[in-house]
Design a protein around this ligand. Structure first.
Ligand code: DGJ
Length: 705
């Protein structure tokens, strides 16, 4: 092997990087052997006619000055100078699969350090760049990205679009020429564009094909690009988006890109998800205690702003009877908060609503054996609030402009020390005053003109939010936090390092949730995905669903209910009790196993499941989303089980009318007789599926015997 080549080895993937003449990733893909000098020579590119006279490497930060005519890895200048840096290798430090690569441009006076680690357990690649200004004059950074190459065969891409109450909608794009770009400029991770994408050889699916997955762990604005150069080479670029003049480095100052997490899978999207999920479990989410994820009751859709402590205590009693383990008081508990027009910022208990304080409610909830949780939205302020009347200058804004409100509120400037200290004191006080185990941290508007002292300041605002979480978590290490931003507006790995759950969507419609949760499952394991059973009539879509479909849909996440259990019928309550008990029964498997999504020829039927890490058991959910396209629903094949083991099939839950509704004259036999099948058969031939009505679902279990 040549000394300028480093070979990092994962469990299922390898990465080969060349440090000179330029730092370039030569290979990233399936495990590979025979890596020697001849092999490295064999992938040296030709130099075509009619182009530059030299080879132009796409380095870890592609440079115009080397003749790369695509989007550079970094753009910036020093009053118009030093605008086209070329980073030459200086040094490398290697500690197993951890690399620290230092490059410099002495003319432009810039140093670029690349931190790169291929996690040997999960095959997740972590990359971050840091740029330092080495000259006395300020350097303005306009763009700064992480760039990772892909092979030419990776010509199909899958990304997400979305909106409020319709997050994580996947779409596919052929990338043959030019490429793909998504930009989020909404000031938070956004409902619109989750900062992640998957690219692979055409036709990759859940269970098959080569896939490279990418996630930019950042809760602010971002850009993701997938480029196809005119010479056919491909790369993905991921970066935080900066406003003009936002990032200015004085001598010796640095800026780092967010972390990019990426992985290669030879086993389709499922393989990619296994890597990311395990990585999240090992390195991203830090639960204060190793315990089952408690089933929630969140009061929002049950009572909205209508808070009466006596009634809330009744709700809690009913919730406990259903099997709920954590009771959360949502919006409406603080001074003057009777609707969404006022009071954000005034983080004091509303003593008109709670004349005896909050303590009796907390004690009641705790006495029922449940944890207590509470809702806050600290980053925000209503113009109609005492806080705003006292400090109209605390806004994240630019003086002289009237920025639009969003949900009748403005954003506070967290970079003002007095704002940061006020929020820290209020939250610290809240958490110190009551026995609070959980905080639902909301963020309900998009960010317009994020100014601090006149300058653009979204990067600083995002980092200040992280600091606020870090400080609070240090003071209250046992408290868990949920990241909510009108549902799924702030779902990413960087916020998840500080939180423990996401409110996936404000949409509790089971049919919509099937799509949203599947989308989210590509990057996130079920235990961080908040999934609630809503009322029979969904508040978002006005659709009606059976308790069976609602219950089974909410089962595959961190489960909860979102309603008023006092007002629900005995029949509905029996349903909640049943599905909460079912969730608890399979929760250890759901929250530790491997998530699998099954390829199926009919998109009207969605199949997903979880397989135990030791392959001893699995559960699978068949969700009939629409009218079956064909008269038969075909077969389902379950790979990932142990081919040599025998598995007993049992039905854990089925549509109420499956056997009596006249949908089939005869059921598939495994639904009538005890059936045991080998893992090999289940993977290759599978089982025939029953025909089901639209918007119904069925849950089966496979257990090794
Ligand atoms: C938006 C959240 O997504 C809801 O769940 C709820 O907490 C409301 N905000 C409260 O204002």
């Amino acid at each position: 092997m040549k000394e300028n080549v480093v070979h990092l080895q994962g469990k299922t993937s390898d990465l080969i990087i060349q440090t000179s003449p330029a730092v370039e990733i030569l290979y990233w893909g399936d495990k590979i052997s025979g890596v020697d000098a001849a092999a490295i020579q064999a992938v040296r590119r030709a130099v075509p006619n009619g182009r530059l006279d030299v080879d132009t490497p796409v380095t870890i930060s592609p440079e115009q000055g080397r003749g790369v005519f695509s989007s550079p890895g970094m753009e910036g200048h020093r009053q118009g100078l030093d605008w086209s840096p070329v980073f030459n290798f200086k040094s490398i430090r290697q500690d197993n699969n951890n690399l620290l690569l230092t490059t410099e441009d002495p003319i432009a006076g810039l140093r670029l350090v690349c931190e790169l680690n291929l996690d040997p357990k999960t095959d997740v690649l972590q990359v971050r760049h840091t740029l330092t200004n080495l000259k006395p004059e300020n350097y303005q950074v306009d763009r700064f990205a992480v760039t990772l190459p892909l092979p030419e065969r990776a010509d199909e891409l899958m990304a997400f679009h979305g909106r409020w109450v319709r997050e994580f909608q996947p779409h596919r794009v052929k990338v043959k020429h030019g490429g793909y770009q998504q930009e989020n400029r909404r000031g938070r991770t956004s409902h619109e564009y989750f900062p992640g994408l998957m690219q692979g050889a055409a036709g990759f699916s859940e269970q098959q094909g080569e896939v490279w997955g990418f996630h930019l762990a950042w809760s602010g604005n971002h850009r993701l690009r997938s480029d196809v150069k005119t010479d056919g080479r491909r790369f993905v670029q991921a970066e935080a988006l900066y406003f003009s003049g936002e990032i200015v480095l004085a001598e010796g100052e640095s800026i780092s890109t967010p972390w990019v997490y990426a992985t290669y899978s030879a086993l389709g999207l499922n393989g990619m998800s296994h890597a990311f999920h395990q990585f999240v479990r090992d390195q991203i989410v830090h639960f204060p205690e190793d315990k089952p994820r408690p089933v929630h009751l969140n009061t929002w859709e049950g009572i909205y702003f209508d808070h009466d402590p006596e009634y809330i205590m009744q709700m809690a009693s009913r919730a406990a009877e259903l099997g709920v383990e954590r009771f959360i008081i949502d919006d409406g508990w603080f001074k003057g908060r009777n609707n969404d027009l006022a009071a954000l910022g005034d983080w004091y208990l509303d003593t008109k609503k709670y004349p005896n304080g909050l303590e009796p409610v907390v004690s009641h909830v705790r006495g029922l054996g449940m944890e207590f949780g509470i809702w806050v939205e600290p980053e925000m302020i209503n113009p109609d609030s005492d806080l705003f009347r006292a400090h109209p200058d605390w806004l994240l804004a630019v003086d002289g402009y009237q920025q639009p409100t969003g949900r009748y509120q403005y954003v506070l400037d967290l970079q003002k020390p007095e704002v940061f200290d006020y929020l820290l004191e209020r939250m610290d006080n809240l958490l110190g005053s009551y026995d609070i185990a959980y905080v639902k941290w909301d963020m309900n508007r998009e960010v317009v003109q994020p100014g601090h002292d006149g300058y653009a300041a979204l990067d600083g605002q995002t980092k200040a939010l992280y600091d606020l979480f870090d400080e609070l978590r240090q003071r209250h290490p046992k408290v868990e936090f949920e990241s909510c931003a009108s549902g799924g507006g702030r779902i990413d790995y960087e916020i998840l390092k500080r939180t423990h759950r996401f409110w996936t969507s404000d949409n509790n419609d089971a049919l919509e949730r099937q799509h949203i949760q599947r989308g989210m499952s590509y990057f996130f394991p079920p235990e961080v995905m908040g999934a609630h059973i809503g009322g029979r009539h969904c508040h978002c879509t006005r659709r009606t669903h059976s308790i069976g479909f609602r219950g089974l849909t909410a089962l595959f996440g961190h489960m909860g209910v979102e309603l008023d259990p006092v007002k629900e019928s005995a029949e509905e309550r029996a349903g909640f009790t049943h599905y909460i008990a079912l969730h608890k029964q399979i929760r250890p498997l759901l929250h530790s196993g491997k998530v699998v999504r099954i390829d199926h020829h009919d998109a009207a039927l969605q199949i997903n499941g979880v397989i135990a890490q030791d392959q001893s058991s699995a559960v699978f959910l068949f969700s009939q989303l629409a009218m079956p396209t064909y008269t038969l629903s075909g077969t389902a094949r379950f790979d990932g089980l142990d081919p040599a083991k025998q598995y007993r099939l049992t039905v854990l839950d089925q549509p109420a009318n499956l056997r009596t509704g006249g949908i089939m004259k005869k059921l598939p036999l495994w639904l009538e007789e005890e059936t045991t099948l080998s893992g090999a058969w289940l993977a290759k031939a599978g089982i025939a599926l029953p025909v089901m009505d639209p918007e119904s679902a069925m849950l089966i279990k496979l257990e090794a015997v």
